[in-house]
Design a protein around this ligand. Sequence first.
Ligand code: 8NA
Ligand code: MG
Ligand code: MG
Length: 325
Amino acid sequence: GGPASLSRFRGALVAGVLGDCIGGEFEGAEEVPMESVLQHLSGLEDETKGNGVLEYSDDTAMTRCVVQSLLTRAGFDEQDLARRFAKEYSTSPGRGYGNGVIQVLKKLSSSQLSDVYQPARDQFNGRGSFGNGGAMRTAPFALTFPDRADVKRFARLGAMLTHSCSLGYNGAILQALAVHFSLQGALDLPLQFINSLIAEMEEVEDNKDARNDARILKEAEKQEVISELGNGIAALHSVPTAIFCVLHCLQPREGLPESYGGLERTIAYSLALGGDTDTIACMAGAIAGAHYGIEAIPQSWIRCCEGAEDADVNAERLHKLYHQL
Ligand code: 8NA
Ligand code: MG
Ligand code: MG
């Protein structure tokens, strides 16, 4: 489809869920042979499986809160979103949340809270979380606001409800911008896509907080993807990795079945990196889905993943809202 077509919205939201559900199998694994990934993926085509057997985790649980809040409020409302995060956590605490963020979600349930951003600021002795939990749920902002300044502003505020460290919320901005540009068809010219992201992020990170916080994490070493970009739970070590997965898989790659299209390649490649596979595949899936559209996603994969059908319905609602704003 053309820029911001319904197919791209559906692709982005559904493939994000798929990355989370399918990637959960390998979360935390140090080494994941491509053979195991392909075996896991071909298992999804088995007719006897299906109907949501693969459960979604924190990534999708929180993304669903963002979607519902944006749709209900027809825009960003931090009080409403904070309430939804807290309620979701108290209803289903076993979705694999990060250890730190649980404290924030518990505090957000308190009715006496006067500033919904305060619990996040208190994390890690006041430094705030640099985890990728803000970035993993940020795609809906790109699917709601056509204006780039709005995408950046609300992706940042949406992340700051749990991640007050600049590495955490700037990771969310980067991921939202990647979905935003992909939705416009920018991945047809990959170099321009990268340059646009770099130019935007240079502006976003041109301040003291961002420069100081960058020192909290060691600089990446020089070696292949995992040591160069990372596969861990820090936003700085996973959002660039997710973007790389999408770019790398724009073309056929050795070791991946020839029958695979770009979206299947992207998910498979993300899983084979190991580490925080559900979150990296969720983020890469959202960017790739916005590029290839819903038609690129195998029906059998959709049937296997909890919440995928819901995401498809909500994508249509977001598409309407986007074209009204
Ligand atoms: P978070 O805010 O709790 O951060 C995740 C973790 O990062 C924390 O538990 C800390 O260990 C560490 N961390 C973050 N900020 C700091 C800091 N300033 N100083 C020291 N340590 C810090 O949770 P989140 O929402 O960001 O979640 C991130 C990821 O963890 C998600 O992918 C989620 O799925 C989860 N998770 C990951 C794994 C895995 O194996 N990679 C397993 C279970 C859960
Ligand atoms: Mg998860
Ligand atoms: Mg994860």
